[in-house]
Design a protein around this ligand. Structure first.
Ligand code: PLP
Length: 443
């Protein structure tokens, strides 16, 4: 009997014993194509030699130094590299152990920035419905996904949630994509005015919504308008690229595709590519300066900040991406994946939408293509599809539909950047077969 506490208590999980390129291998020798990189983590696959070597070298040299006392070479070099490529005036990097910690840090930094600036009344964070920012209580409060929040609602901090930019389900037929983007962006200004502009500290959003909507980019012009509104009212723009950043959507930083510059940017997942747990919060010079010239102390911290081994792994990950121009490969393989997805599923009676960017794609399943009506959530379609795909040898990330029927079941694909076209074809063969079996079983 296993003593590990699994997420699904009644499932018998196979034991992963090895990784080989895009594949995970279990104790019985079965190979699984990691079509979602776990949860958009394993961007370099599972056996990258350079990253493995960097970890070994760092452990031999220095395993740990607490950042309350010392900095370390890999953390400094990684911060320099990220800042060299970061958008706008992002100037400082705060390393953490994962996505939720990055978001928690961002929320607290936003609050402290306003305090140091003499605006203690700024306390409201505005986020979006159907977003996911992590499972710790602050990040979960920011997230607007009802299913994930439900049980913990009494523990959550009150935050405002406006509409996501989710054109498949919510754009009116009479509206252009651009007009739709402007309409939903306007909800931010309306909410700021409702709360009182002098009380709002920040707005948080994912440039490409991952876990809750399945790779949904914003409409053109949406983020430009969001930036304008934030500037108008002195509200900090926090972009959460924990899932969509670090090359996943075809740019090192996802917001570059939307040409928007955040005040605070969160990354994780692809940063360590699964080789080590690491996340980062990047902030603008003016935010850092406000604290440096104010109290001089960011009132936040965790034991493993800037962990040298995690930083060494991430440094090797980012160098590998840049040296081998893997982001260009994300764009070319991504274009191939998009073509194949549209070819195989674009006209499928139960596929409502295929959307994404780079190597980050969502397939939304519907009961009726015409009306876009989702399947009855009690069927648990996404979970069943995940299981059927896994049986075929494909790992893909499922998300159940919402009970209010606003979002259908969908699955997310986020394969490693090193996947070949032939491997993507095989993965899609497995997905197609799994989808047909799953639909047959529920009808
Ligand atoms: N933010 C986004 C956009 C995410 O997708 C996730 C995880 O899926 C998180 C934050 C939380 O990251 P972690 O699971 O590393 O805490």
């Amino acid at each position: 009997m296993s003593h590990v506490f699994p997420r699904h208590c009644h499932s018998e999980l196979p034991t992963a014993v090895a990784g080989d390129g895009c594949y995970l291998i279990d104790a019985d020798g079965k190979r699984y194509f990691d079509g979602s990189g776990g949860a958009a983590v394993s961007c370099l696959g599972h056996s990258n030699a350079r990253v493995r070597q960097a970890i070994k070298d760092q452990v031999d040299k220095l395993a740990f130094a607490h950042t309350g006392f010392l900095t370390s070479e890999p953390a400094e070099a990684l911060a320099d590299l990220l800042i060299e490529h970061a958008p706008g005036d992002l100037d400082r990097v705060y390393f953490v152990s994962g996505g939720s910690e990055a978001v928690e840090s961002a929320i607290k930094l936003a609050r402290q920035y306003h305090l140091e600036n003499g605006e203690p009344q700024r306390r409201h964070l505005i986020a979006r419905r159907q977003s996911y920012h992590g499972n710790t209580l602050g990040a979960l409060s920011a997230g607007g996904n009802a299913w994930r929040r439900q049980q913990f609602a009494p523990l959550l901090v009150e935050m405002s949630h406006i509409a996501p930019c989710y054109e498949y389900a919510e754009r009116l037929e009479t509206e252009s994509l651009e007009d739709y983007g402007q309409r939903v962006a306007q909800e931010l200004e309306d909410e700021i005015l409702r709360l009182g502009p002098e009380t709002v500290m920040g707005f948080i959003a994912e440039p490409v919504v991952g876990a809750t909507l399945g790779a949904v980019p914003a409409a053109p012009g949406y983020f430009a308008r969001i930036r304008e509104i934030c500037d108008k009212y002195g509200v900090l723009l926090i972009l959460d690229e924990v899932m969509c950043g670090m090359g996943r959507t075809g740019h090192l930083f996802a917001c570059n595709a939307d040409n928007v510059q955040p005040d605070i940017l969160c990354v994780a997942k692809g940063l360590g590519a699964g080789y080590q747990p690491i996340g980062a919060m990047l902030c603008s010079k003016s935010i850092y300066d406000a604290i440096a010239q104010g109290s001089g102390f960011f009132q936040h911290g965790h034991t493993y900040l800037g962990h040298p081994v995690a930083a060494a792994a991430a440094l090797a990950v980012v160098r590998e991406m840049l040296d081998h121009d893997l982001i260009a490969q994300v764009n070319s393989r991504g274009a191939y994946l998009e073509t194949q997805l549209r070819h195989r599923f674009g006209q499928h009676a139960h596929v409502g939408d295929v959307r994404g960017r780079g190597l980050f794609w969502g397939v939304e399943l519907v009961a009726d293509r015409q009306t876009k009506a989702p399947f009855d959530p009690s069927l648990g379609l996404a979970g069943k599809l995940k299981k059927a795909a896994f049986a075929e040898g494909l790992i893909c990330y499922p998300m159940p539909g919402t009970r209010d029927g606003r979002v259908g079941d969908h699955i997310l694909l986020a394969p490693p950047f090193i996947a070949s076209e032939a491997e993507l074809d095989q993965a899609l063969d497995m997905l197609q077969s799994a989808l047909e079996k799953t639909l047959e079983a529920i009808q």
